[in-house]
Ligand binder design. Structure first.
Ligand code: ZN
Length: 228
């Protein structure tokens, strides 16, 4: 049975068919970080945990992260992601969150860290109290989609290098795919692997994903799915 996993007294994760989303509770409101792939009632599920108002932040808007978005009149996201997002209803407002912005749930400040590359507006949230980093898709040990429109491997490497410089303030990383949590030691491994791909040093395996051909590079720390 799918249900919330408790990470600590005010932090929960929900496994939704290979993708996970999170619920963070502050003193004033609670924040869903993404809203699922198959689960369309993420907001109702969050209401099982807390009676506080529930807001939504999207790490990015690939289809496996937005299933429950329609239940929200407002969605927080990096505006760079709007090229990748179709609002489920025209009355839905986008609340822009820029790199460096603080989202404060009430005694629980979260700092936005833009990590473009996987998608243009991919953005992680760093819980400044605990050092927990909710990374979305760019930092994880599963399959990282880097093929098709809007993916940018060079931007991805730059984003991870920027994140690496901040890794002293990160305790654990809570990604949307793969093992959770993971340590920040994965960041330099992802950088090294992505740079080897860029330099043409690795031989990929051909794979077919959703009717598209892609090149799967096993870099040890993760598998990057790139354009052929
Ligand atoms: Zn994803």
């Amino acid at each position: 049975m799918m249900e919330w996993q408790k990470i600590d007294d005010s932090t929960y994760s929900y496994e939704d068919m290979g993708v996970r989303f999170f619920l963070l509770v502050g003193s004033e409101y609670a924040l869903l970080i993404d809203s699922g792939m198959k689960t369309e009632n993420a907001k109702e599920l969050a209401q099982q945990i807390t009676s506080l108002p529930i807001k939504l932040f999207n790490t990015h808007t690939d289809p496996d992260h937005i299933a429950g978005n329609a239940a929200f009149d407002e969605v927080m996201m990096n505006p760079a992601e709007l090229v990748n997002y179709r609002r489920p209803h025209t009355s839905q407002q986008i609340v822009p969150v820029y790199d460096g912005d603080i989202i404060d749930l009430g005694g629980r400040p979260l700092k936005a860290i833009a990590l473009p590359g996987h998608t243009p507006g991919s953005t992680a949230l760093l819980d400044l109290n605990s050092g927990m980093l909710f990374s979305g898709d760019p930092v994880q040990d599963g399959r990282i989609f880097m093929f098709g429109p809007m993916r940018d491997l060079s931007a991805y490497i730059l984003s991870l290098k920027r994140l690496l410089a901040m890794s002293g303030s990160i305790s654990r990383i809570y990604p949307c795919h793969g093992t959770c949590p993971i340590n920040s030691g994965i960041i330099p491994e992802l950088i090294a692997g992505a740079e080897r791909i860029e330099r043409g040093e690795l031989t990929p395996q051909p794979v077919s994903m959703f009717g598209q051909n892609a090149a799967a590079y096993d870099i040890g720390a993760a598998v990057l799915l790139c354009d052929e």
